[in-house]
Design a protein. Structure first.
Lengths: 262, 324
């Protein structure tokens, strides 16, 4: 079983204040903490679980800056075998179709059975890269996968639908699976694995190295334009309860009791 | 052509809400572009659904074929590829749903057409079609414009807009399926219904709901004590169920349950739109979160910006005292 897992280095903005830069097209990410995209973390775990079950190898593929190598090493500490990091500032990374084209270009000559990606990215959330990647490579795909069973020459995938329902389907291999969070319990990297990961192969490549014409994947090639970013006005009709934590708790308790809500 | 073609979505014989919600966006875009709305239904045995969609006053095109009985991305892509060549709409729209995300990116790549995923709004201005979408966990909006192309592909977020009231009857037209044979590489096996647990949270009067802010499962007693004190059931966000703190059948949100309790206490839940879609129908919403910018506050009636571990134990004590 040969697998490739595609991962992305993203900022954690869930509890951070986000400010748009004066260019109106980027955000000030200087104070964010970055790590592996949540769904990609589950994708790494799933690829390693399948390798442990069926044998074979798992390669990591990521487009990102030098700093993301910490994340890539962590994936290798968990059991991935080698890695490729693509770094090239000409890639139109606002467009998932361009990102998918670069990933496809990095994979094209390799044999593989399964490609794993997270089903969505915490930062731009298109849910498009993995499915587009499958089309560029001319292979099957299933998105939002919550369970994987590898069978003879095919894979049975459970896709998460709305309302907690699942769609079960079978795909001929090779295939791309975009993994949904909650499919497994991502492991912590063992100390031994962390040491070993430092010695594993990590190749850094540019578009030129991959033989990809930059004019095929740059912002001129993209058919969509990111015009601007802005902070939406937050409309809240909520009554904000102020004070020290104890006072807030007391005020809320009396609102709930007096209002007959509890 | 400057028409807007809308693929309506249905599952197990019923139209999904996104199909009606798109009727709030498509007509406005079609009018601005000087075209008409056409609604496309792919499926098998869809007379009732076709009639219902036609009540929005637009032409409904029905491709009725047993091959489309269940959703299959490969079949959809093949059929839609042929239909786009044939109909040449200016815009092709469907929902950013488990169905939409499974074929739209591949269709865009195949047809070399521009694609914008998960628009929450769509406007045609100065000769360009522009989408609004959200990035960075809902804290930033992006305006993304299509460059000129034969057809713009776009998916619309579920629950982004209210569905309009039906207006007047439109005509229903049957069209032959462009798909002549089954696809070889992808087989639908079955649907598995949602898990049913010991408590049906869709029926709960009071819900204490917890999210990422719980941090780890050893903190659960803080939540359980509060729930016990006010006879509430416990539910959770996707983060809480993914982490295994709360059973999956108690997940609130698009991929879980839609709940309508009398009181919903959101504790340490930031409020991703998928979560909000599942709980904004609650009568009274209380949110406690330490991030003042958390989207959960946009739907809350009462809000406390603070650490749940500082507020919740004190709240439980005070409630016990007041309720005697």
């Amino acid at each position: 079983m040969k697998s490739i897992v595609c991962i992305k280095y993203v900022p954690d903005t869930s509890e951070a204040e986000v400010k748009v830069n004066p260019d109106g097209k980027t955000v000030d990410d200087s104070r964010f903490s970055f790590d592996i995209n949540d769904a990609d973390n589950y994708a790494v775990e799933e690829s390693v679980l399948i390798k442990e079950d069926k044998g074979g190898e798992v390669d990591v593929l990521s487009i990102g800056p030098k700093q993301s190598e910490v994340m890539i090493r962590m994936a290798m500490a968990k059991g991935c075998d080698k890695a490729t990091r693509v770094e090239d500032d000409r890639i139109a990374d606002h467009d998932p179709l361009m990102v998918a084209k670069v990933l496809a270009g990095a994979i094209k000559d390799q044999e593989f059975d399964l490609i794993f990606t997270g089903c969505w990215a915490d930062d731009d959330g298109h849910m498009a890269t993995g499915v587009a990647l499958a089309e560029y490579l001319g292979v099957n795909h299933a998105s939002m996968v919550k369970k994987v069973e590898v069978l003879d020459g095919k894979v049975r995938a459970h896709r998460e639908l709305e309302g907690g329902m699942m769609e079960v389907l079978e795909l001929e291999l090779p295939a791309v699976l975009t993994i949904q969070t909650g499919i497994n319990e991502p492991r912590y990297a063992p100390i031994r694995g962390i040491r070993q990961a430092q010695k594993k192969e990590l190749n850094v490549v540019s578009l030129d190295d991959l033989g990809i014409d930059p004019a095929e994947v740059d912002s001129d090639a993209s058919q969509v334009v990111l015009e601007n970013l802005y902070i939406p006005e937050i409309e809240s009709a909520a009554e904000f309860i102020e004070g020290e934590p104890d006072e807030k708790a007391k005020k809320l308790a009396s609102i709930l009791v007096k209002g007959g809500l509890v | 052509m400057s028409d807007v073609l809308v693929l309506a979505e249905h599952r197990q014989g019923a139209l999904r809400d996104i199909s009606f919600e798109m009727m709030a966006i498509a007509p406005r875009v079609a009018e601005a572009m000087g075209g008409e709305v056409k609604v496309l239904l792919l499926g098998s045995g869809m007379d009732d659904m076709a009639k219902k969609m036609s009540e929005y006053g637009h032409k409904v095109i029905v491709v009725d074929d047993p091959l489309f009985e269940d959703f299959n991305a490969e079949k959809y892509q093949k059929a839609l590829s042929a239909l786009l060549d044939d109909m040449k709409p200016a815009v092709f729209m469907t929902g950013q749903t488990a169905q939409g995300v499974d074929f739209m990116p591949a269709l865009a790549v195949e047809k070399k057409l521009p694609y914008i995923a998960e628009a929450i709004d769509l406007n045609y201005e100065d000769g360009a079609l522009k989408a609004t979408r959200t990035v960075y966990t809902g804290k930033v909006n992006a305006t993304v414009a299509f460059k000129p192309a034969d057809t713009f592909l776009v998916t619309i977020r579920e629950g982004a807009v209210e569905a309009p009231e039906p207006a007047s009857a439109g005509e229903v037209e049957k069209m032959d399926s462009p798909l002549k044979e089954d696809v070889p590489y992808r087989k639908f096996v079955e649907y598995i219904e949602a898990e049913v647990g010991d408590v049906d949270i869709t029926q709960s009067e009071v819900l204490v709901s917890v999210g990422r802010g719980l941090k780890e499962d050893k903190n659960l007693p803080v939540i359980e004590d509060l729930a016990k004190a006010i006879k509430a059931d416990i539910s959770g966000s996707r983060a809480a169920t993914d982490a295994g703190w709360i059973p999956h059948d108690r997940q609130v949100g698009t991929s879980g349950k839609t709940v309508k309790p009398k009181l919903y206490l959101a504790l340490g839940i930031s409020g991703a739109f998928q979560h909000l879609a599942g709980m904004k129908g609650a009568k009274t919403i209380v949110a406690v979160n330490k991030d003042p910018e958390a989207p959960i506050f946009t739907v809350a009636d009462y809000a406390i910006v603070d650490d749940i571990f500082k507020v919740v134990p004190a709240l439980t004590e005070k409630l016990k005292e007041l309720k005697g």
